[in-house]
Every structure is written in C-alpha cells, then in structure tokens.
Design a protein around this ligand. Structure first.
Ligand SMILES: *Cc1c(COP(=O)(O)O)cnc(C)c1O
Length: 222
C-alpha cells in the first residue's frame, strides 16, 4: 500500500476525537511530502537534528511534534517552532523547556511521559513521581509551557491484554489529574498513546493522539 493510501485510510477510520501524528523518523523528505500532499499536517520525529533539517525543507503549516527523548542542551533548537513535545520525563526538562521558550518568546505545549511499560529501558515519570511533581509549587511559575496531557508507551509485546492494562492505568491517572490538579485548565486534554501495533487498543482506552509510523511508511531502515 502507498503512503498516500495509508494516510487516507487513517483519516477515514480514526474517530473524530483522535488525531494522527504521522511518525516520519528515518524516512526521506519525499515520503513526508507524499503524506503532506494528501492533507497530513501533523508529523512526529524523535531526533532533534533530523526534525530541524526536515522542518527547513517542508511547508510552514506543518505541526511538528517531538516524540523522542530530549536532552536539555538540544531544547533550544526545537523551541522556535515545535508544536508539542511529547516525552517530558523529568521536572528538570520541563523547567529547561520553560526557560528556553521564554527566551524564544513562545509557549510550548508539553506532554508528561509516564513509564507504564515493564521494560526498564523506557523513559518517564513513575505514577508516584508524577503525582508528587504535579503538586509541587514550582509548577505554578512556569509561564512558557502548557501541560497538555500525558504520554505513554506500552510494553513491546503481542499480548494486547497486557498493553490494554497499561493504557488503562494511564487513562485512570489522566482522568484523575484532569478532575483535580488540572480541573481549571482546558488545555489538559491530550492522551498520547498508541503506535502501529497497538493503536486500536489505545483508542478504545481513550487515546486522543496516536503516533503511527510503520503502518504508514512501512518498516524503517536504520
Ligand atoms: C517510532 C515511534 C513511534 C512509531 O512507531 P511505529 O511502531 O512505527 O508506529 C511512536 N512513538 C514513539 C515514541 C516512537 O519513537
């Protein structure tokens, strides 16, 4: 199936409350252009340099989402244009994004990443850490970031019951935060869960942003 066909498939089949983040990492400009030409405007990348290079070459109305693990020394390259940073996995990173965004005169949308998988290699706050962080006073002073919701990656397994369980736990946490700490903030509304192998489960569990790469572009050649 072609890239344009796959984009059209997702546009036709995703429920209206779910947005498609087209994960284009490792794919060439021509592949992104093909997706763009059938109307795709949200793209996700996981390497800062790759993202900035692509951003320079592609149209300005693309919403760029950074979905990788962000190092503090690279934040400055993203803040001038990035639409959303999905993987904010520490307070330190959020404070640094705020600092750089202030310098750039922008307000940057962020999602807090929660560690829901069993694999040790994945990043993110534990639920306990997140609850503690969210209630700290320091958070009140961050004027150049908007916390738009949560992001998580399920275990890399074929066991969809396990994946569902992990997504469900994150949704419960999301709802709890939305009705308490963030109850006054309409901007806290995104739940970024679901990739090519598990997006259907993620949508059933309340995803609002699915991050899909290989189901659109085919396998990545590393
Ligand atoms: C690469 C990546 C994806 C897309 O994965 P696919 O399985 O190709 O859909 C989604 N989220 C993150 C954080 C990624 O790094």
């Amino acid at each position: 199936m072609s890239i344009s066909h796959n984009i059209q498939f997702f546009k036709a089949n995703l429920p209206e409350q779910v947005q498609l983040v087209c994960v284009s990492k490792f794919h060439p400009i021509s592949a992104l252009q093909e997706a763009y030409d059938v109307g795709q405007r949200i793209f996700g990348e996981s390497k800062v340099q790759e993202l900035t290079e692509k951003q320079e070459l592609l149209p300005n109305d693309i919403e760029w989402h950074f979905i990788g693990h962000l190092q503090t020394n690279k934040i400055k390259y993203l803040v001038p244009f990035v639409h959303m940073i999905h993987g904010v996995d520490s307070g330190k990173l959020l404070f640094e994004i705020n600092k750089e965004a202030k310098k750039a005169g922008r307000i940057v949308n962020c999602l807090l990443q929660v560690h829901i998988a069993q694999e040790e290699t994945k990043f993110g706050f534990s639920k306990e850490e997140l609850l503690e962080f969210i209630s700290s006073d320091e958070l009140q002073n961050l004027e150049n970031v908007t916390i738009c919701g949560l992001m998580g990656m399920a275990s890399n397994t074929d066991d969809l019951a396990k994946v569902r369980n992990e997504f469900h736990g994150l949704k419960v946490l999301f709802d709890k935060l939305k009705s308490t700490v963030f109850s006054a903030q309409n901007s806290f509304k995104e739940l970024s869960i679901g990739m090519s192998g598990d997006y259907e489960t993620a949508i059933e569990e309340g995803s609002t942003l699915v991050r899909i790469g290989s189901a659109i572009f085919g396998p990545r050649l590393y």
